[in-house]
Design a protein around this ligand. Structure first.
Ligand SMILES: [Zn+2]
Length: 426
């Protein structure tokens, strides 16, 4: 099994099973319902865990939630903690509804402040960080390998754009970035520290939590390609400055792009995970993510979602009328062991006619449900319930009319001893 790593700029072989394979995938900053693009690192992480387990690895996946951040303060002045709590719940519900299970650990920054403070103290002791006016900054010039991940080594290119401008005069070098930020008026959360009350910077939370939960050296670090700089460059610097090996393989998923006129105009690039599941169903959303290799961009549009829905239907039909046993699991292994190529895996699944093999593969991607009976949409269930009532009232004409209406929706109602059953018409 091998995966493309941003750090080495090539595919890197994983150790032999059982590993262990310890993975840390950066999660969202929580201040609103998460955007459909935020689902991609979650989905890739969960699929990779499922596949590695299938291949006999002992896998642990950590996926953090950033619940203290300027974006959250800005979104809910004076009540950021409540918003972060609520939005964390939304994220867990919405990703949970994708039906892939949950990561092994979902740590929140605010629950790991003592470990973060300890990490910063060590960086100061070793001369890699300095306190200034209640803040603490990482000293980029103290770490000669800075820039190895992103390739940004030029001073101007390596300025940290995510840092607040008003703090810049406290920095010794414009490339330096905040590890700890002094409490500011209006911020409703803060913690005690050796440098006064304040709160952790964004980058340090991931170094501290990854090492606390996975150890100083672990196998895979994931997240969106937009996090390479400065977030992941800074994580790597913080940890390696202390002599820790940190992550070996750096996997960065491509961005989700809104394309197609209708999608970009009417929805304004703000489709949430929740809205996508409600509109297309979780199976179509998952199949859509399979259509692009994880490191490549993926285009989200009315057309690509319709194509994904059509593929879901094709697979459902295949499972209704399976063919002769045959096909070879090794084909799927070849696709996924070489940089986890899900479009190739999908092509293999489409080719196979053996029901057992297809279901075994679909299960890895949370799509095993395609083999089960499809549940009817709410409006069809409602028609069926109204028909039941009509029958109880012996209004046979109305009952027949409702049966026809259900039929027009593409469903057949079957009366059974225990009530009715809805079956999609073939
Ligand atoms: Zn992170």
């Amino acid at each position: 099994m091998r995966l493309y790593s941003t750090l080495q700029r090539t595919k890197i072989d994983l150790p032999d099973p059982p590993g262990p394979i310890r993975m840390y995938f950066c999660g969202p900053t929580v201040y609103a319902r998460a955007h459909i693009g935020n689902a991609r690192p979650f989905v890739v992480g969960m699929w990779l865990r499922a596949w590695l387990r299938e291949r006999g690895y002992d896998v642990t996946l950590v996926h953090n939630i950033t619940d203290v951040n300027d974006k959250i303060y800005d979104a809910a002045p004076g009540a950021s903690a409540e918003l972060a709590e609520r939005a964390s719940q939304w994220y867990l519900e919405d990703t949970g509804d994708l039906g892939l299970g949950m990561p092994d650990e979902v740590p929140k920054a605010t629950e790991h402040v003592p470990g973060i403070v300890h990490f910063i103290e060590e960086l100061i002791e070793r001369g890699h960080a300095y306190p200034a006016g209640g803040d603490v900054y990482f000293s980029v010039s103290s770490f000669p390998d800075y820039g190895a991940l992103s390739g940004r080594v030029d001073e101007n290119a390596a300025r940290n754009p995510s840092e607040e401008e008003e703090q810049s005069e406290l920095k010794r070098d414009p490339r330096d970035f905040a590890l700890w930020k002094a409490h500011k008026e209006g911020e409703d959360t803060s913690w005690e520290s050796p440098w006064g009350r304040g709160r952790p910077g964004w980058h340090i939370e991931c170094s501290a939590m990854a090492e606390e939960l996975l150890g100083e050296r672990f196998e895979i670090h994931g997240g969106g390609i937009d996090l390479v700089f400065p977030h992941h460059e800074n994580e790597l610097a913080q940890s390696r400055a202390l002599g820790h090996d940190f992550a070996q393989i750096w996997t960065h998923n491509g961005m989700l792009r809104f394309t197609g006129e209708k999608m970009s105009k009417s929805l304004g690039n703000t489709v949430t995970i929740r809205e996508a599941i409600d509109r297309w169903g979780r199976e179509t959303v998952l199949l859509f993510f399979m259509t692009a290799q994880w490191s490549k961009p993926i285009d989200f549009s009315e057309e690509t979602m319709a194509q994904a829905a059509a593929q879901v239907e094709t697979i459902r039909n295949k499972l209704r009328y399976p063919g002769e046993p045959g096909g070879d699991w090794a084909e799927l292994v070849a696709a996924l062991d070489d940089d986890f190529n899900t479009p190739d895996a999908l092509a293999v699944i489409h080719r196979w006619r053996d029901r057992d093999l297809v279901v075994r593969a679909l299960d890895l991607f949370g799509l095993g449900s395609l083999a089960g009976e499809e549940s009817a949409p709410a409006e069809v269930v409602e028609l069926a319930e109204r028909r039941e009532q009509a029958r109880e009232l012996r209004d046979w004409d109305e009952a027949d009319r409702l049966r026809d209406e259900i039929d027009e929706h593409g469903w057949e109602i079957r009366d059974e001893a225990s009530g009715f059953r809805l079956v999609r018409k073939q």
